[in-house]
Design a protein around this ligand. Structure first.
Ligand code: NDP
Length: 264
C-alpha cells in the first residue's frame, strides 16, 4: 500500500522537500508519495497528521517546537535540543527526530582543519546545530543581535556575545545562522564586525539556500570560499528519508535521486 508523507509549514509553498522525496521514492521504487501541507495552527499538528492518514512528515518554520510536543517517543538528540523536524508513525505512535543538525554537520565536514566556529544568530536552527558541532569537537561561539536568546547557549556552556559586547578574534568558520538575507537585504551583524571576522576565516557558510545572501556576497568579495544551505537541506532530507523508509536504503543509495531536485 502506498505510504503518504508531507511537509507541514507556514509558509510551505517554497519547499523543495516534495520534489526531493518524490524523486527518491520514484528512483528507489518505493511506494510512497510526498505532498506539502500548509498548517496554520501548530497545535493541530497531531490531529492533522492522523486525519490525513500519513506515515511521516517533515516540519518546517514555525512548527518545530509543536512537532516536538506532539511526539510520543523522542530520539535522544531531538529531546536534548527540543526541536523535531521529522516524524514517523509506528503502530499508532509518533516518533520524533531532528535531521537538521546531522545534515548541517555533514554539510560543513568538507572544510578541513576547522576547529573554531562563529555562529551569527541564536534561533532554533542555531540551537540544534551548535550542540551537534560541540559533540563533534568544534568550539562554537554564539553572536546574536539580542541578548534574550543567549540563555540557552550559556546554559549549555557556549561562549556568547551580543553585538555590543563582542570582541572579534579569528574563527575558522563564520556561519550565518540567522534569517537575515532570506527575504531582505540585511546582513546578519553590523558590517564593522563582519569586516573583522570574515578576513581571518578559512570559509563562510550560510544556512539560507537558493540565493546569494548579502553575507555570502561580502565573503566572496573578500575571496573567501563560501557555501550556502543547499547541502544542509539535501543531507537533512536524506537522513529523513532513511527514517521514513525504516533504513531500507543507505545514505549513498538515496543521495543521487534526492540530489536531482537541485538541478531541476
Ligand atoms: P529563528 O526565527 O528561530 O531565529 C532567527 C535568528 O535570526 C535570531 O537569532 C534572530 O536574532 C536573527 N535575525 C533575524 N533577522 C535578523 C537581522 N536582520 N539581523 C540580525 N539578526 C537577525 O530562525 P531559525 O533558526 O528557524 O532559522 C534560521 C535560518 O536557518 C533561516 O534563514 C532558515 O531558512 C534557515 N534554515 C535552513 C535550513 C536548511 O536546510 N538549509 C534548515 C533550517 C533552517 P534576534 O534574536 O535578535 O531576533
Amino acid at each position: 500500500m502506498k505510504q503518504l508523507f508531507a511537509i507541514f509549514g507556514n509558509p510551505v509553498s517554497h519547499s523543495k522537500s516534495p520534489l526531493m522525496h518524490n524523486l527518491s521514492f520514484q528512483g528507489l521504487k518505493f511506494d510512497g508519495c510526498y505532498a506539502r501541507y500548509l498548517l496554520e495552527e501548530g497545535s493541530r499538528l497531531k490531529e492533522t497528521f492522523f486525519s490525513l492518514g500519513l506515515k511521516g512528515i517533515n516540519i518546517t518554520v514555525p512548527h518545530k517546537e509543536h512537532a516536538y510536543a506532539a511526539c510520543d517517543v523522542l530520539d535522544p538528540f531531538a529531546q536534548k535540543v527540543g526541536a523535531v523536524n521529522t516524524i514517523v508513525e509506528k503502530e499508532g505512535k509518533l516518533y520524533g527526530y531532528n535531521t537538521d543538525a546531522p545534515g548541517f554537520l555533514k554539510a560543513i565536514s568538507e572544510f578541513e582543519n576547522v576547529k573554531t566556529v562563529l555562529f551569527l544568530g541564536a534561533g532554533g536552527t542555531a540551537k540544534s546545530t551548535s550542540i551537534i558541532l560541540k559533540e563533534a569537537g568544534y568550539e562554537v561561539t554564539i553572536l546574536n543581535r539580542s541578548g534574550d536568546r543567549l540563555t540557552y547557549f550559556k546554559e549549555n556552556g557556549f561562549e556568547t556575545y551580543t553585538f555590543e559586547d563582542f570582541r572579534p578574534k579569528p574563527y575558522d568558520l563564520v556561519i550565518n545562522m540567522t534569517s537575515a538575507g532570506l527575504e531582505d537585504d540585511a546582513l546578519p551583524a553590523p558590517s564593522d564586525i563582519l569586516e573583522k571576522v570574515i578576513p581571518t576565516a578559512k570559509a563562510c557558510v550560510d544556512v539560507i539556500y537558493g540565493k546569494e545572501t548579502p553575507f555570502l556576497k561580502l565573503a566572496k568579495n573578500q575571496n573567501k570560499p563560501t557555501k550556502d544551505g543547499s547541502d544542509m537541506l539535501l543531507y537533512q532530507g536524506i537522513i529523513a528519508f532513511e527514517y521514513f523508509t525504516d533504513h531500507t536504503f543507505s545514505f549513498e543509495e538515496i543521495k543521487p535521486y534526492m540530489q536531482k531536485a537541485f538541478i531541476l
